[in-house]
Design a binder for this molecule. Structure first.
Ligand code: TXD
Length: 314
């Protein structure tokens, strides 16, 4: 059988980064190069993961490093480097610190992998995609953010638990920015193909929508140190797998819009087709006036973060 080794670099060997490395290797999707600013951390986690390979029945390389030269010619670069939210801290508090980190790591990584595709994870997510676009100079097809896959997974999990059905049969449609302004659209969410509003009362749907919006904070409040990482890592795996295997899956991703959904020059979560070229297509659906308004509000909060960043850099 021909062997085709793909290479994914994961920047940041913390909770999300290390779990992404584990998920990608165990799924047999690619070799993983884990890099962090802390010496020993990526090496230690990569060694531990590599030692689990014989038991997990995969033969992917998992390599830990502090040197970007080792990441040369990566197909995909996943950026998780940064600070995680602490209890009481909003995603926006992270803005300035994480922008500096993201600018630095993206600049270094793309130097060694100029043809790669960037999958951003660091919060505040939508603003960090803007920073990555600028730092890399890549076209919008090759720079995207992970948030919608996670937000829709949360919505799906809550719907499935509530109705006592398999989450595999639940689809959920979530637009907008990551965070409090995300826009879940229940009428495009289904259970076994049946639109959700046929099966659930509007008040209950509203409760689950609210729980989805605050899903990240719910985990932060319970953990007390750090934020969610299992579901975020699974979400990244789905995106990376669709890109590297050219699956053309339709997944909600944070991408730079240029006129789609009447939004221009801002990164917002929308459904896209993910394949070997990255974001191969943006899917536009008709929205009601209320949904369009909610999406504009969501885009507005991204705009204010991006403007804050520009002012502080000027
Ligand atoms: O939906 C989403 N997009 C998210 C985003 C879901 C979950 C987590 N989300 C965000 O991802 C979170 O708010 C953080 O901004 C990132 C990473 O979260 P994680 O939980 O993995 O944080 P950790 O465990 O603190 O790990 C961060 C690592 C840590 O090992 C640091 O040493 C490293 O990032 N770090 C760096 N690595 C390389 N280079 C630099 N400059 C650097 N600075 C910090």
């Amino acid at each position: 059988m021909p062997v085709c080794r793909r290479k994914v670099t994961v920047i940041g060997a913390g909770n999300v980064g290390a779990t992404v490395a584990q998920r990608i290797a165990e799924a047999g999707v690619a070799d993983v190069y884990l890099i962090d600013v802390v010496e020993g951390l990526p090496q230690g986690k990569a060694l531990d993961l590599a030692e689990s390979a014989p038991l997990q029945h995969h033969d992917q390389v998992i390599f830990g490093t502090n040197d970007y030269a080792d990441t040369t010619e990566s197909d995909v670069i996943v950026v998780t480097a940064g600070l995680a939210r602490q209890p009481g801290m909003s995603r926006d508090d992270l803005l300035l610190k994480n922008a500096a980190i993201v600018r630095d790591v993206v600049t270094k990584a793309v130097h060694y992998s100029p043809d790669s595709i960037l999958v951003m994870v660091t919060n505040p997510l939508d603003a960090m995609v803007h920073v990555a676009l600028e730092a890399s100079g890549f076209p919008r097809e090759r720079v995207m953010g992970m948030a919608g896959v996670l937000d829709s997974a949360r919505f799906r999990a809550f719907i499935a638990q509530d109705l006592g059905v398999s989450s595999s049969d639940v689809t959920a449609f979530v637009l907008g920015g990551h965070g409090d302004t995300m826009v879940p659209i229940p009428r495009y969410s289904t259970v076994g193909g049946i639109p959700l509003p046929e099966l659930m009362k509007p008040e209950r749907i509203a409760e689950l929508v609210e729980r989805t919006r605050t899903g990240g904070a719910e985990v932060v409040a319970l953990l007390k140190t750090g934020s969610a990482f299992y579901a975020p890592a699974s979400s990244v795996l789905h995106m990376v797998d669709s890109i590297l295997n050219d699956r053309k899956r339709v997944l909600p991703c944070a991408v730079l819009l240029s006129g789609e959904y009447k939004i221009d020059g801002l990164v917002v979560g929308v459904p896209v087709v993910l394949g070997a070229a990255g974001v191969e297509r943006i899917i536009e659906v008709a929205l009601t006036a209320d949904e369009q308004k909610a999406l504009q509000t969501s885009a507005g909060s991204v705009r204010s973060l991006v403007e804050t960043l520009r002012q502080l850099r000027a």
